[in-house]
Design a protein around this ligand. Structure first.
Ligand code: GLV
Length: 342
């Protein structure tokens, strides 16, 4: 069921938004468009998404909404797609481009917040914070175990070697945090970019030489499964893996096996091959893993900035202006009347 959050204004462009958003962005949209916001948490199913977007001029979606060729083919009025995310692996960008539809996203505003979470996962994993919390809550901290020289020993983060797989905005923000902890930072990126304070090395050398490996790449056909069993086997047994990028970059079954067998010391994981994580996932049984539910950008300020930017992308697309952040800038802004390639 789609709830109308504003009185109907059918003469205005129609916008379908798949989730309520923080901040005032939706009010700005409602003032200028005929707005429909999916009312329930969790968002629409794929069929509901297609139904909701079928008559829309703009779609404002989340990373959980699959915007594929079939949807783009069914929703022939769409003049702009705007995702409230930096990652766009849920959108068929090539098909949107072929159809002349600009696709907006939200880079820039979430890099520092996501790096905060990646560093939190690194600290929590290396210092066994979640495990220690479970120990206290489950009554393990008894007078007999008041303070033990060997209780819950972890590994130092300060002075360790951090390997950043990817040196985009989030990878660089992570490297700045590592510098504050006196870490040596190794980096690898497909673009071969040079970053001050980061030693650029081959991926194999980064994996073998790091005490913690952190992933900051987009999920693309080239990066899918990049950290497979062979790549994980290159890491030191005392090393940690941190993933706040996309689950599909890591072979999750191989990771769980390596962690269970002690071939890796631990992992801090915010993103999974399939989300939500299935109750049958072997990761759930492992003490040396810290799991979070895809919350890399989840600070109040950042989610408001993302929502604002996603709304600006919609309004620009509807006004046939260049989107503030467009993933396919080769698509020229389309006027409402211009005929489109279908
Ligand atoms: C989060 O994962 C995003 O892509 O914004």
């Amino acid at each position: 069921m789609v709830k109308q959050i504003r009185s109907r204004a059918p003469h205005r462009p129609r916008v379908f938004v798949t989730r309520a958003l923080p901040g005032t962005g939706l009010e700005r949209l409602a003032a200028r468009t005929h707005l429909e916001v999916w009312p329930a948490p969790g968002g629409p199913s794929y069929a509901e998404l297609v139904r909701g977007a079928r008559d829309a001029d703009a779609l404002l979606c989340m990373l959980t909404d699959r915007v594929d060729a079939a949807l783009l083919g069914a929703c022939t009025r769409l003049r702009v797609v705007s995702s409230c995310s930096v990652g766009l692996d849920h959108v068929d960008l090539a098909e949107a481009t072929r159809r002349g539809i600009p696709v907006g996203h939200t880079p820039g505003v979430l890099a520092e917040t996501t790096a905060d979470l990646a560093f939190a996962l690194l600290l929590a994993t290396a210092r066994r914070v979640a495990e220690a919390d479970r120990f206290v809550r489950s009554g393990g901290w008894t007078p007999e175990r008041r303070w033990e020289p060997e209780l819950l020993l972890g590994r130092d983060v300060h002075g360790a070697v951090l390997g950043s797989v990817g040196l985009g905005q989030i990878g660089r923000a992570m490297a700045r945090r590592a510098a504050g902890f006196g870490m040596r930072v190794l980096g690898w990126s497909r673009s071969r970019r040079r970053v001050a304070g980061v030693e650029r090395v081959a991926l194999e050398d980064l994996l073998a030489g790091s005490d913690a490996v952190t992933i900051h790449l987009a999920l693309t056909p080239e990066t899918r499964g990049l950290l497979d069993a062979r790549a994980l086997a290159r890491m030191k047994p005392e090393a940690f893996l941190i993933n706040t990028a996309r689950g599909g970059i890591v072979d999750e079954a191989a990771l769980a096996e390596a962690l269970a067998a002690g071939r890796l010391a631990g992992a801090g994981i915010d993103v999974f091959e399939s989300e939500p994580l299935a109750p049958s996932s072997p990761l759930l049984a492992l003490e040396n893993v810290v799991l979070t539910p895809h919350i890399g950008s989840a600070s109040i300020a950042t989610r408001v900035r993302m929502a604002d930017l996603a709304v600006e992308n919609v309004l620009a697309g509807l006004a046939a202006r260049a989107l503030p952040h467009c993933a396919n800038p080769e698509v020229q802004p389309a006027s409402a009347t211009r005929s489109r390639r279908r």
